[in-house]
Design a protein around this ligand. Structure first.
Ligand code: NAP
Length: 252
C-alpha cells in the first residue's frame, strides 16, 4: 500500500539505531526525507550514507541530546532551514539499565536520568517542534512509549512513571493541534527485538511470557509507526497502539 507521504520530511529522534533506525528505513522506503537526531555524530554520518544509498531520499543528521534544550532548539532551526518537517517521531532513550521495581529504585541519579531523557526530553521536543507543524494544515506526531502505559510491568518502575507523563502530554497535545490537521498518537511496544533488547537478562523467559511466544521485530513496530504517519491515518488521533504480541491485559 502506498502510504501517500512521498516527498514529506520526517524528524526521527533516536533514529540512528534500534527501533528509531527501523522507523527511518520504513519512512525512507515510502519516499520520506529524513532529519535524524541522536548524540553520536559518527553513527549519524553512517546512517545518512546508508539510508541515502538504499532509498534515494535526502537524509540530514543532527547531533544532539534530547535532554539538552539548546540541542533541541538547534534541531528546530535546522529543520526550518530545510523547509520544515511534517512528521515527527519522538523515540526517547531507554531507561537506565538494568530496570528495577519501584522499591528497588533507590538511586536518585537513575530517577534524574530517567526523568531528563524520557519525560523532560520528550516534552522539550513536543513543545518546540509541534508548533512548527501547525502552519501547513497537515502533520503527524508519533511517540514510541511502552506497553507499560496501559499495564505497569515488573521491573519497569522508572519507565512506567515517566512514560505516563509523556502519554498525558500527548493526549493534551492531540486535542490542541487537531484542528490544524496534526494527529498525535503513541505506539507502545513490549518485547520487540533490537540489538539492545537482545542483551537483556531473562530474555527467553520474557519471550515465553508473550502470548505469541515470540519477540516482535523492529520492522513490525516501524510499519505501525509508518501507518500512523501516513495519509491514511488522518482521522486517528490521541490513541495508543500496542505492538506487544497481545501481552497487555487491559481491555482498551
Ligand atoms: N524494544 C522493546 O520491546 C521496547 C519496549 C518498550 C519500550 N521501548 C523503548 O523504545 C525506545 C527505543 O529502544 P531501542 O532499543 O531502539 O533503543 P536503542 O537501541 O538504545 O537506540 C536508541 C537511539 O536513541 C539515541 N539516543 C540515546 N540517547 C539519546 C539522547 N540522550 N539524546 C538523543 N538521542 C539519544 C541513540 O543514539 P546515540 O547513542 O548516538 O545518542 C540511538 O539512535 C526506548 O525508549 C525503549 O525504552 C522498547
Amino acid at each position: 500500500m502506498d502510504l501517500g507521504i512521498r516527498g514529506r520530511r520526517a524528524i526521527v529522534i533516536g533514529g540512528s539505531a534500534g527501533l528509531g533506525y527501523a522507523i527511518c528505513q520504513a519512512l525512507a522506503a515510502e519516499g520520506v526525507d529524513l532529519i535524524v537526531f541522536a548524540r553520536n555524530a559518527q553513527k549519524l554520518a553512517s546512517c545518512e550514507e546508508t539510508l541515502q544509498a538504499e532509498y534515494g531520499v535526502k537524509v540530514h543528521g543532527c547531533a544532539g541530546d534530547i535532554a539538552n534544550e539548546s540541542d533541541v532548539d538547534r534541531l528546530a532551526n535546522e529543520s526550518l532551514s530545510l523547509g520544515g518537517a511534517q512528521i515527527l517521531i519522538v523515540n526517547t532513550p531507554r531507561p537506565p539499565s538494568p530496570m528495577r521495581d519501584f522499591l528497588e529504585e533507590n538511586d536518585q541519579e537513575r530517577w534524574t536520568t530517567g526523568y531528563l531523557q524520557q519525560l523532560h526530553g520528550a516534552l522539550l521536543v513536543l513543545r518546540k517542534l509541534a508548533p512548527l507543524m501547525m502552519t501547513s494544515g497537515w502533520g503527524r506526531i508519533v511517540a514510541i512509549t511502552s506497553a507499560s502505559v496501559k499495564q505497569p510491568m515488573p521491573r519497569h518502575a522508572i519507565s512506567t512513571v515517566f512514560r505516563a507523563g509523556v502519554q498525558a502530554a500527548l493526549k493534551h497535545l492531540a486535542m490542541e493541534v487537531a484542528e490544524h490537521g496534526v494527529t498525535v498518537n503513541a505506539v507502545a511496544p513490549a518485547t520487540v527485538m533490537t540489538p539492545t533488547f537482545a542483551t537483556y537478562h531473562n530474555l527467553e523467559r520474557r519471550i515465553l511470557e508473550v502470548p505469541m511466544k515470540r519477540a516482535g521485530t523492529s520492522q513490525e513496530l516501524a510499519a505501525t509507526v509508518a501507518f500512523l504517519a501516513s495519509e491514511h491515518a488522518g482521522f486517528i488521533s490521541g490513541q495508543v497502539i500496542q505492538v506487544d504480541g497481545g501481552a497487555t491485559r487491559s481491555f482498551c
